[in-house]
Write a protein that binds this ligand. Sequence first.
Ligand SMILES: NC(=O)c1ccc[n+]([C@@H]2O[C@H](COP(=O)([O-])OP(=O)(O)OC[C@H]3O[C@@H](n4cnc5c(N)ncnc54)[C@H](O)[C@@H]3O)[C@@H](O)[C@H]2O)c1
Length: 323
Amino acid sequence: MPRALVTGGAGFIGSHVADRLLKEGFDVHVLDDLSAGFRRNLPPQAVFHQLDINTKSASELVEDTAFDVIVHSAAQMDVRASVADPVFDAVSNITGTLNLLEALRRSERKPRFVYTSTGGALYGDFETPPHAETIDKDPASPYGVSKLAVEYYLAYYGRVHGLDYAALRFGNVYGPRQDPRSGAGVIGIFCDRILDGRPLTIFGKGMQTRDYTYVSDIVNAGWLAATRDLPPPGRLDARAFNVGTMVGTTMLDVAALLQRAAGTELPIEFAGTRQGEQQESFVAIDKARRVLGWEPQVSLADGLSATYEWFADDRLTGAIERP
Ligand SMILES: NC(=O)c1ccc[n+]([C@@H]2O[C@H](COP(=O)([O-])OP(=O)(O)OC[C@H]3O[C@@H](n4cnc5c(N)ncnc54)[C@H](O)[C@@H]3O)[C@@H](O)[C@H]2O)c1
């Protein structure tokens, strides 16, 4: 039976990836320190290791276990938290990842390492979207900088140490299990507000665009990146793939579409622009189409309905502690 490790597998994206790998017949291990994830997201059939990626125990797990695939999604993923504390962001996102990459360098085993990078925070505001993988990158936040730094390390480990990797640059991912308390993931936050009957808050004028991508499409991309033949490692972007819809939707439009799905008309409140926030963001996906054979399947309207329904059901079962 093939074996996979999903770091961050108690979180939003990682838990969906773990579900898929189980469905595909993998023996799935999850490594997560539960700093932002939840036990309830863990698939019962997975082997759970409650560990910080920065620890010796985490590197020993990676060095000593015969994994065929590692999907690395453990990270601090909040742009605002990275602006407030870039050191914390770098320790989580850069040194934590390096700890795992060094373990792989020491190991005899060569699993495919799939990195969950960002297309939404990597490119910055100097180039007009849709952003292709190869454009110049000037991240607007320390979070974007740390994600880009890891991609440089991946390219280095690929060239010099034969690391077999893929870097997936996601748009703005949404769907069931997204944590509305995380401060990231506006759709989860809006769903919570709608269910509370509170106004929706938009930072800035609401004209900033995002490439909203439903989580099942992200999982499909992860599966293809884990299993497909890939071009040889080389320059930074050789094994990087944007994963989005190639459509930029404004914050105002997403609020309106979600309210339509929910059947509500709550007022919008406007607050000041947030530091480190990219203004325009949507990604070109020709490369993922061509090389991975990937295509987004879920329309924004359908994805928003499914997400809102999940949040409404979740209220009934009441598992998330709300602020
Ligand atoms: N959600 C998005 O829109 C989005 C977009 C682009 C990229 N990403 C990337 O996808 C990945 C997953 O994001 P998510 O939205 O599922 O976030 P999430 O917070 O739900 O999941 C991250 C998980 O990692 C765990 N974690 C954090 N630090 C850890 C550490 N030091 N050691 C072990 N576990 C740790 C958390 O407990 C959590 O379960 C992240 O790498 C993020 O940067 C997310």
